[in-house]
Design a protein around this ligand. Structure first.
Ligand code: ADP
Length: 451
């Protein structure tokens, strides 16, 4: 066993440590998950759901500490860390109800045949989660897997082991032994789990790692659910409410320091309103308070680590060398911080307009017609979220032409309760949440007989 130290990206101080799993530990965890699975799956759907729901009160009590750990480990503002943990705890019962609804046996009948559609467990599920929403991502991946009757091994990001560990152990106390286990480690531990005797891999993270997981899973035809990155466009039409559009642009470019898979990464604005829009974005950007997320009032924390900062700064610098102009931020802030940055003078030859940035950067480019806006917005291998601001019918007409899994019209891309979290093109393979998402955690078995 080796020790995995979790450190605070705002200060560099150690937050705590966990034991990283050795290859032998991983083998044992998988064997225990395999052994526990038949009895877990033999319970009724309702019995499993009742056990998971029973953890809600303990998760509510632990939410403040889980949220503080999230902030200490990855830097997000404390209100957001606590908000994420309490949102998960408060919505657990409703989310479990929705999962039960999705996985209930369905009956199909025609003149001759009666068919039952059962939703069975796959077996052992590995959930590999990232650091940017270190509680929400385990919540969304682990709950449907468990309720479907899979046993689960959670491998949280090596950047946020402590908050995920506390979340998972608070839940696991309410479940039979070995139904939910946590394995700590970096990419090598994740890879060992994918290659082990497991049946379903649920992953949220980068496109590059998603491709590696799919390759590793292919030999065993293991099921994968991959939620990958994005390069989300925001289109601001000439008839948009510019205050609302600028407020959204700033919020969604800088939330969680831009470390959100549905961050606004590209902004296309009609050239007639570009100056007025940019002024509004700059005013709001300059008012943002950056600092240690543990300090009350801070709105933008640091990058999760030095590697992430280096990636963001190198994209900004490379765009600047190619002719982009920096209207706010852009300079090299100390430690792991990157100032909220606004760039103009961009084109699609620049890496910052093509590759996922995952940092606090608003990239603004003008367009002259709806056709051009649609072409620019769709000019990406990704297709996670998108947003269009404009007069309702006009915005809807443009939105309909965008290739993305989740599109917001005069709002962000998050949908009503029950909306799946889904990416098009390279932003995902399989998806989760909502009834259609929950069903992907189960194997359909159709049983038919004459009527
Ligand atoms: P990042 O580098 O930004 O953390 P990744 O997509 O690499 O993004 O990581 C997301 C999760 O995937 C983390 O839990 C990480 O440890 C895990 N991971 C990284 N590489 C692999 C791999 N080859 N196989 C399985 N899991 C991996």
């Amino acid at each position: 066993m080796s020790t995995l130290v979790s450190s605070n990206p705002a200060t560099g101080a150690a937050v705590g440590s966990v034991q990283a799993a050795s290859p032998a530990d991983i083998g044992h965890a998988v064997a225990r998950a395999r052994a526990a699975q038949p009895a877990w799956a033999a319970l009724t759907l309702e019995a499993r759901a009742t056990m998971v729901r029973a953890a809600a009160e303990d998760l509510k009590s632990a939410a403040s500490r889980i949220g503080e750990l999230a902030t200490l480990e990855m830097g997000k503002p404390i209100a957001e860390g606590r908000g994420e943990a309490s949102h998960c705890a408060n919505s657990l019962a409703e989310d479990v109800d929705e999962i039960v609804d999705a996985l209930r046996t369905e009956i199909l009948e025609d003149k001759r045949t009666r068919t039952e559609l059962h939703h069975d467990a796959f077996g052992v599920c590995v959930a590999i989660t990232p650091w940017n929403f270190p509680v929400l991502m385990p919540h969304q991946s682990v709950l449907p897997a468990l309720v479907a009757g899979n046993t689960v091994i959670l491998k949280p990001s090596e950047e946020t082991p402590l908050c995920a560990d506390l979340w998972a152990h608070t839940l696991a106390k309410h479940l039979p032994a070995d139904v939910l286990q946590v394995v700590h480690g970096a990419g090598d531990a994740g890879r060992a789990l994918v290659l082990a005797d497991v049946d379903l891999i649920v992953f949220t993270g980068s496109r590059a790692t998603g491709i590696r997981i799919m390759q590793d899973a292919a030999a065993g035809l293991k099921r994968v659910i991959l939620e990958l990155g994005g390069k989300d466009p925001l289109v601001v039409l000439g008839d948009a409410d510019l205050d609302a559009a600028a407020a959204f642009a700033v919020r969604n470019s800088f939330r969680n320091a831009g470390q959100v898979c549905v961050s606004t990464e590209r902004i296309y604005v009609h050239r007639d309103v570009q100056d007025a829009f940019v002024d509004r974005v700059l005013e709001r950007t300059k008012a943002l308070v950056q600092g240690d997320g543990s300090t009350a009032g801070v709105q933008v924390g640091p990058m999760v680590n030095a590697r992430q900062k280096e990636k963001v700064v190198s994209q900004i610098e490379s765009a600047r060398r190619a002719g982009a102009r920096v209207l706010a931020g852009g300079n090299d802030a100390p430690g792991n911080f990157v100032q909220p940055t606004v760039l103009v003078g961009l084109d699609h030859s620049m890496a910052i307009m093509r590759e996922e940035t995952f940092g606090p950067v608003a990239c603004i480019m003008p367009f002259g017609s709806d056709e051009e806006a649609v072409r620019l917005a769709n000019d990406s291998p990704y297709g996670l979220g998108a947003a269009v601001f404009g007069e309702a019918a006009h915005a809807e007409g443009v939105a309909r032409q965008l290739t993305a899994g989740m599109i917001g019209i005069n709002q962000g891309c998050g949908g009503a309760q029950g909306t799946p979290w889904v990416g098009a093109r390279h932003s995902g393979y399989g998806f989760h949440s909502g009834k259609a998402g929950h069903r992907q955690f189960a194997q359909v078995r159709a049983v038919s007989r004459p009527r």
